[in-house]
Design a protein around this ligand. Structure first.
Ligand code: SAH
Length: 231
């Protein structure tokens, strides 16, 4: 059973959106598991202090390494990977998601305030991942993103409902346009080729649409795709 263990100051917001629809059912059926650790439980003073001001000055507060360290040490098991959601991290993508989906248990640390004390990262061998070039107020929404992406990849979560292989990014291209009933809606018909029943032709059309949209919208992905095709 794939397990996500989330370290947070706001345990009450979990499982939140991860409890909806097929993800909720899969959670109930124990296809995956969510463990939520309240970082504050590891604070030792009577005020349960978790943060302090940065040395050298500056605005905001940092999560204290002693509190976070204790929280991590008393909850993770040897060999498990630990990720800190961080704008400075490696950019999270479908490839990293696949890698994470193959782990048995992953740990996600949600920062807050200005972030966390740097020393925790090296002493606990923590990998930093970012969900994009912007600053969130906390790591929780980023952890929802990471877990959401990984759950789609786990066998038994979406069942046969989605053909993952044809989704955006799987072959390095964005997805082709899709249509459902009614066939004509607001005087707009769906592309003729999709009604032809000719599977080879449909496949060709979809691939050319995928290429077209990727070339126009994501020159970066398009270049990577062309380079791969050349090899
Ligand atoms: N001062 C930090 C930002 C802190 S934001 C800096 O400039 O790098 C507060 C918390 O939100 C972070 O500790 C982190 O856990 C989370 N966070 C913010 N932006 C994020 C992003 N793009 N990806 C992942 N986590 C993010």
């Amino acid at each position: 059973m794939w397990t996500a263990r989330v370290f947070t100051l706001y345990p009450e917001i979990f499982p939140g959106p991860l409890n909806k629809g097929l993800y909720g059912k899969a959670l109930e059926k124990k296809v995956w598991n969510l463990e939520v650790v309240n970082i504050r439980d590891s604070a030792e003073d009577k005020h349960k202090t978790v943060d302090d001001t940065p040395f050298g000055g500056g605005s905001g507060m940092l999560l204290k390494p002693d509190v976070l360290g204790k929280s991590i040490d008393s909850n993770i098991k040897k060999g498990e990977r630990i990720f800190y959601l961080s704008p400075k991290g490696k950019k999270f993508d479908q490839k990293i998601a696949k890698e994470i989906s193959e782990e048995k248990t992953i740990n996600l640390i949600c920062g807050h305030f200005e972030g966390i004390d740097e020393r925790i990262l090296s002493t606990r061998n923590i990998e930093e991942i970012s969900i994009g070039d912007y600053i969130l107020s906390g790591g929780e929404s980023a952890s929802f993103v990471v877990i959401d992406v990984v759950l789609r990849l786990l066998p038994g979560v979406l069942g046969n409902k989605i053909s993952k292989d044809e989704e955006s990014f799987e072959n390095g291209l964005l997805e082709y346009p899709q249509y459902t009933k009614p066939q004509i809606w607001e005087k707009q018909s769906v592309p003729e080729v999709l009604l032809s029943g000719d599977h080879a032709k449909i496949k060709d059309w979809r691939l050319s649409q995928s290429k077209d949209i990727t070339r126009r919208r994501r020159p970066d992905l398009w270049k990577k795709y062309l380079d791969k095709e050349k090899k």
